[in-house]
Design a protein around this ligand. Structure first.
Ligand code: BGC
Length: 246
């Protein structure tokens, strides 16, 4: 069965029909640039463009880089503040000619996909999937079950929000070497480990492709650390998975 998934990110809005049995994109994904400012209306236009590119009609799962409860977007750390408190599910569904829409946090979507088809497959205990990008997203699983909207990128670390120090944006903005950045990621993981004692950290986001450049520099963490396997498609796959019952 194919279902459509869309991933709303800081730089791009990407989507494709997803083969749910295989956990893979059924067609090459289509991407449009995220508008700036990323207002609800402008982003909804981008989502509609991606979905209509495939002539898709039917359920659509969509990720959002903030807290989503009951279909309402509650926070907007890296997008326009007009998203806060908005019935974004209705906005997006209206823009998609009434298609059923399921909206969820982007890291939760990536985590769901990694647990089903990627690095977290078959893993029990506590698993933390972290997406390192413009911000830091978190998806926490206990015995395979997600605790949604954990927002652990906003934990305070040495007087700063963790995502301001250890996101890939921080690496780029501050011109950090891989080793310097790995050191920051290590401190963040140590803090998470102190709080949650997970068995496994899955590191996702575009940077998971370059895991060999930074993971070997991370030391002193008890939990196993592995790169995400679905790479940049995890959000799309997880979004699609979330839009079907069960
Ligand atoms: C947001 C999270 C999101 C993460 C990654 C954070 O700033 O608060 O909801 O998952 O960025 O996009």
């Amino acid at each position: 069965m194919n279902v459509f998934g869309v991933d709303i990110g800081g730089s791009g809005i990407k989507g494709a029909p997803v083969d749910l049995e295989r956990g893979e994109l059924a067609q090459e994904r289509h991407k449009v640039l995220t508008p700036h400012p990323a207002t609800p209306d402008a982003v909804a236009d981008g989502v509609a463009e991606v979905v209509k590119h495939f002539g898709w009609s039917g359920p659509v799962g969509i990720t959002f880089p903030g807290v989503v409860t009951g279909g309402i977007t509650r926070t907007a750390a890296n997008v326009d503040k007009r998203w806060i408190g908005m019935d974004a599910t209705r906005l997006l569904s209206d823009r998609l000619d009434g298609a059923p829409v399921n909206l969820l946090n982007d890291a939760d979507a990536a985590g769901i996909a990694e647990m089903a088809f990627g690095a977290g497959r078959g893993r029990t205990g506590t698993v933390m999937v972290l997406t390192l990008g413009t911000g830091i997203g978190s998806a926490v699983f206990s015995e395979g079950r997600l605790v949604p909207n954990t927002e652990l990128g906003h934990l305070e670390l040495h007087g700063h929000e963790a995502e301001k120090r250890a996101s890939t944006k921080a690496k780029d903005d501050e011109g950090l070497t891989w080793q310097q950045w790995a050191h920051r990621v290590q401190k963040y993981l140590a803090h998470l480990e102190m709080l949650f004692s997970p068995e496994l950290f899955v590191l996702g986001g575009g940077v998971s492709r370059k895991a060999d450049k930074f993971v070997p520099h991370i030391e002193g963490i008890r939990a196993e650390i592995v790169p995400a396997e679905l790479r940049n498609d995890a959000g799309i796959v997880g979004a699609a998975m979330s839009s079907t019952p069960g």
